[in-house]
Design a protein. Structure first.
Length: 164
């Protein structure tokens, strides 16, 4: 007897209902958040990093670094800036994808990350940092608000319900 789809003994997952408009809007906002969080990395890479590094009075273990030490550490500093600059958009994209698929844990984690972004608002120095932090925070606020709307909550509860 021919069986086109071999059974693994596990129940087949029912088809997912489409995401409501609020969730789709939140996902689009998260993509926008990824784009906004990439701009500081582009700015950092476009400016002469050596001059920027020297402009900061870097301290390590309570000691000010000399210009020679800063020059020696320049590749490491640039690598860290690039990695951190890539992690933030990656988290935005990961949360957008997971929330779009109706994962309730992603909605909760997005809310926690928004709370951390709120705390981060107070640690920024400089006009450019504050502007991008506020833009990112506003995008996060709108996305989290949309994720917790009643229609969105129904969608996330349906995705988390066990199959009967």
């Amino acid at each position: 007897m021919y069986q086109p789809y071999p059974s693994s003994g596990q129940p087949i997952e029912p088809p997912r209902p489409p995401a409501p408009a609020h969730v789709l809007s939140a996902v689009k906002l998260m993509y926008a958040g990824a784009a906004v969080s990439t701009v500081p990395l582009i700015i950092a890479l476009a400016t002469p990093i050596a001059d920027d590094i020297r402009a900061y009075h870097l301290r390590w273990n309570g000691h000010s670094l000399t210009a020679a030490q800063i020059s020696q550490w320049r590749p490491l500093i640039i690598t860290v800036v690039i990695l951190v600059g890539l992690v933030l958009p990656a988290v935005w994209l990961w949360m957008a994808r997971a929330n779009g698929h109706g994962r309730n844990w992603a909605r909760i984690l997005s809310t926690v990350l928004f709370g951390l972004a709120t705390l981060h608002l107070f640690s920024n120095k400089g006009v450019v940092q504050v502007v991008f932090a506020v833009l990112t925070w506003l995008v996060g606020l709108a996305a989290v608000w949309l994720l917790w709307r009643p229609a969105s909550s129904v969608f996330f509860k349906q995705q988390g319900a066990p199959a009967a």
